[in-house]
Ligand binder design. Structure first.
Ligand SMILES: [Zn+2]
Length: 161
């Protein structure tokens, strides 16, 4: 079966029935190292969940060992062939298979999103340190007039005492 009619039918049925996370996994545009690297959000395309040096949607779906448990549930529903083309075709075969793919995407992509948020939070740490440095600099600048004070206001303030 040619892929184009399958995709056309798939898109018709998918309308309004795909979750954001399923769309990420099926399009590859989501929290996958290779994509994040491509758009400049990460420095490396490598997987944060296994030693693989290229984290793609296909890696997540088919091979990443981190998602073996979720994958076994998916394979039980749609079969061993987890190529994107096969998965898209299986989704059309029954509601059960469609739901199995959505369940996998929700479970796995939500965990990848959580891991990405944690990385972003720790990546913010240097920014916070920079902000502290800035505050320290401002505090130092506030102190400067006081340090200069005795020289410039010497006569007036000394006269007050
Ligand atoms: Zn991996």
């Amino acid at each position: 079966m040619a892929i184009r009619p399958v995709l056309k039918e798939w898109a018709r049925r998918a309308h309004g029935r795909l979750t954001y996370r399923a769309t990420q996994l099926l399009s590859g545009h989501g929290c996958f190292g290779a994509f994040l690297c491509q758009i400049g959000r990460e420095e490396s395309a490598s997987c944060h969940h296994c030693p693989c040096d290229e984290d793609t949607a296909q890696h997540t779906l088919e091979t990443c060992p981190a998602w073996a448990r979720e994958r076994s549930v998916l394979v039980a529903a749609v079969g061993q062939d987890l190529s994107l083309r096969a998965v898209v075709a299986r989704m059309l075969e029954s509601e059960e298979k469609w739901q199995a793919v959505l369940t996998f995407c929700e479970a796995v992509v939500s965990q990848k999103e959580a891991a990405e948020r944690e990385r972003e939070a720790s990546a913010d740490a240097p920014t916070i340190r920079r902000r502290l440095t800035g505050r320290r600099r401002r505090q130092f600048n506030l102190l400067m007039p006081l340090l200069d004070g005795p020289r410039t206001t010497d006569s007036g303030e000394s006269a007050g005492r």
